[in-house]
Write a protein that binds this ligand. Structure first.
Ligand code: ATP
Ligand code: MG
Length: 304
């Protein structure tokens, strides 16, 4: 995990190279084109999920992607970085006793607040209804990220769900990750806010162009058109090539699962949304190659 801002004496962690793997076969039903990057153990990546507009489905994406990756065998640490209005615990159906507020107060270590969730997902929960956590100063946020990064050693992927908007807090979390996915819906206000976020991230020095995910699309064509519009303006006005991670369809199973306090991938595994979350997880995660089989050893010949 990258941390910013850099303070004197802070040592930079060596960046891991992005593993680029060509995908076999054609695009799946929820994809527009191949996405070359996959996480392959033991490379740990930090993926930040963010959006310009609120309520576009970030938390459901983070939760369901984490669980779907967990089903594939990935060890995922899910971080609720919507610090003042956290809800990943509710979406996962877990009941944390402590959260990031206790870490910030110095009462607990990050390790002590980790809650186990479904499919091996580990959650770092945050507080809800604590407005002062919505804008931490840089030093406290740096401490928080430093603490979380200590847990990276035991996981394959850190997935960070942020609040929405273009606040300093949101963009700082985005800049702290290895990669950012910006979520939008096909509605005009959502994708114009997505563009605003992308523009600001670029101005603040985001190293890699963010990815784009269209949520709640009614049809594949609608999703594709939304993605193309953002890609077009980003290319034209920001000189940025943004790749699309496809889309998650609008599916009433999602709010139904939310009411049951379960991720849709486990509550309604056959729903369209669950299929789309799993398809995305499969594109992002490449199971480790099996241990190379040792060739059977020829029995030693005994010399007479
Ligand atoms: N693919 C989908 N189909 C139908 N409803 C969805 C879908 N994804 C999310 N929703 C619904 O949209 C609402 C907002 O979802 P979610 O909380 O994940 O958004 P968010 O971007 O995290 O919001 P916030 O900005 O407040 O953190 C929820 O009620 C959820 O049930
Ligand atoms: Mg959310």
């Amino acid at each position: 995990m990258r941390r910013e801002p850099k303070r004197p004496g802070a040592s930079a962690r060596p960046r891991r190279p992005l593993r680029v793997v060509q995908r076999r076969g054609g695009p799946g039903p929820h994809e527009f084109h191949d996405h070359p990057a996959r996480w392959a153990r033991p490379h740990i990546r930090t993926l930040v999920v963010s959006s310009g507009k609120g309520g576009v489905g970030k938390s459901n994406l983070s939760t369901n992607l984490a669980v779907a990756l967990g089903e594939l065998g990935a060890r995922v640490l899910l971080v609720d970085a919507d610090l003042s209005q956290a809800n990943l615990d509710l979406l996962l159906g877990v009941h944390p006793r402590f959260d990031l507020q206790h870490v910030l107060n110095g009462e607990r270590s990050p390790e002590e607040i980790v809650v186990p969730g479904p499919r091996g997902v580990k959650l770092i929960p945050a507080a809800s209804g604590v407005p002062e956590l919505g804008e931490l100063d840089d030093y406290r946020r740096e401490c928080l990220l430093r603490g979380i990064s200590q847990l990276e050693a035991d996981v394959d992927l850190v997935l960070i769900d942020t609040a929405s908007g273009i606040s300093h807090q949101v963009t700082s979390f985005c800049l702290a990750g290895d990669e950012v996915t910006v979520v939008t819906t096909p509605e005009m206000p959502a994708f114009s806010d997505a563009y605003a976020l992308i523009k600001l991230l670029q101005q603040r020095g985001l190293k890699r162009p963010p990815h784009l995910l269209v949520n709640m699309a009614s049809t594949p064509e609608e999703a594709e058109e939304t993605a193309h519009r953002i890609q077009l303006v980003a290319r034209r006005f920001l000189c940025l090539e943004i790749d699309s991670w496809g889309y998650i369809p609008y599916d009433p199973a999602v709010p139904r699962a939310v009411r049951r306090q379960e991720p849709v991938v486990t509550a309604f595994p056959q729903s369209a949304a669950a299929h789309a979350y799993r398809a995305l997880a499969e594109r992002l995660w490449r199971a480790p190659d099996p241990e190379p089989q040792r060739a059977p050893q020829a029995p030693e010949r005994l010399e007479a």
